[in-house]
Design a protein around this ligand. Structure first.
Ligand SMILES: [Zn+2]
Length: 348
């Protein structure tokens, strides 16, 4: 048997499109739609939505005695309008866990509840060096000291409200997608990179005219960044779950931007040993290079599923992403290796 070919252009094109689709947790419907539209190209998939808005795609396998599930998430970090200031600028509350300095100076879109989306940027309240001097470097980057400056003539609260902006509006930070020398640099590679790997795996199998060994469900989850994405949506008949999410790169980590990684333990504790061992054996069998790592400050949808009472084996794999929950970057090699691993798992 020849191993299914991974279409690199498809993978990168889908990924760039998904990255450019704003989807902060709670407002991820456009990214779910984008993914669903791409999956419609594969008529062998049965597509549905959970009531919470996640996408479910099922492909019948050669057998269905031990059905499987994989999950990756399209929701991302973001912000929400906490307060419209008397200056017309906006205070935000974070969606997901990250540090404000990682989005300081970034362009953003405010999805106004009662109007058109409004562009702006996210800045320190004392942003100008010429006015505030060394305070610009020293001010703590907290909720009170950061604000959205709208690209609209607003000088008071009423002006901003007249644009349709209200407390509770979602704010998406610009991803700034750039692909150079097979590096993909963008915000929110967590976890859109893995969603792209799942789609590229589906396409590889489809192009090769192959069927998964077991009936398999893909859950494209939409609430991972706040901890309950895959708490619902994994079919009751599934016997094991592989979560596909980014690997954490940094000092002391084995993960890097050129490899796919098996995570054996994170903040939520160890993953399922025998499923992890089987994934290693599958990667070894197909000559897929991978790292094994532990992520210090990390949780996944696999654990969300377990905590919700899921009673099946759960493992975690994914592409190495540098500067996660910051201005992230990965490399095509990590994406392809992750896709190959998913394909190898599907056909094993
Ligand atoms: Zn993630």
């Amino acid at each position: 048997m020849t191993f299914p070919v991974i279409d690199h252009d498809y993978l990168l094109n889908f990924l760039a499109g998904l990255l450019n689709t704003p989807s902060p947790t709670g407002f991820a419907h456009q990214a779910v739609d984008f993914t669903e539209n791409a999956l419609r190209a594969f008529p062998a998939l049965r597509l549905s939505r959970t009531r919470k808005g996640a996408l479910v795609a099922t492909r019948s396998g050669q057998r269905s005695d031990v059905p499987r599930a994989l999950t990756a998430h399209v929701d991302t970090l973001g912000g929400m309008v906490k307060e419209i200031k008397s200056s017309g600028r906006l205070l935000l509350t974070k969606i997901g866990s990250f540090a404000w300095n990682t989005v300081e100076g970034e362009g953003c879109t405010v999805f106004a509840a009662k109007g058109e989306p409004v562009r702006g940027s996210f800045l320190l309240t004392k942003a100008s060096t010429h006015v505030y001097g060394k305070e610009v470097g020293e001010l703590v980057r907290n909720d009170e000291n950061m604000e959205v400056r709208l690209d609209a003539q607003t000088v008071n609260k009423e002006d901003s409200e007249a644009l349709g902006i209200r407390v509770g509006d979602y704010v998406a930070f610009d991803p700034r997608v750039e692909i150079t020398n097979n590096f993909v640099r963008s915000r929110h590679l967590d976890d859109k990179a893995s969603v792209a790997c799942l789609l590229a795996a589906v396409k590889a199998l489809s192009d090769a005219g192959m069927q998964p060994a077991q009936t398999t469900t893909l859950l494209i989850s939409n609430y991972e960044e706040v901890g309950h994405g895959a708490a619902a949506g994994i079919p009751a008949e599934a016997t094991e779950l592989v979560a596909v999410d980014m690997a954490a790169v940094g000092d002391g980590q084995t993960s890097d931007e050129y490899h796919t990684t098996l995570c054996v333990k994170d903040s939520g504790g160890p993953y399922h040993h025998s499923l992890s061992q089987r994934l290693r054996q599958i990667a070894d069998q197909y000559g897929i290079p991978y790292m094994v790592d532990i992520y210090p400050y990390y949780g996944s949808d696999g654990e969300a599923y377990w905590r919700a009472g899921g009673d099946i084996a759960v493992a975690l794999i994914g592409p190495g992403v540098d500067a996660s929950h910051n201005y992230e970057r990965t490399h095509l090699e990590a994406l392809v290796a992750t896709t190959q691993w998913v394909v190898a798992y599907l056909i094993s």
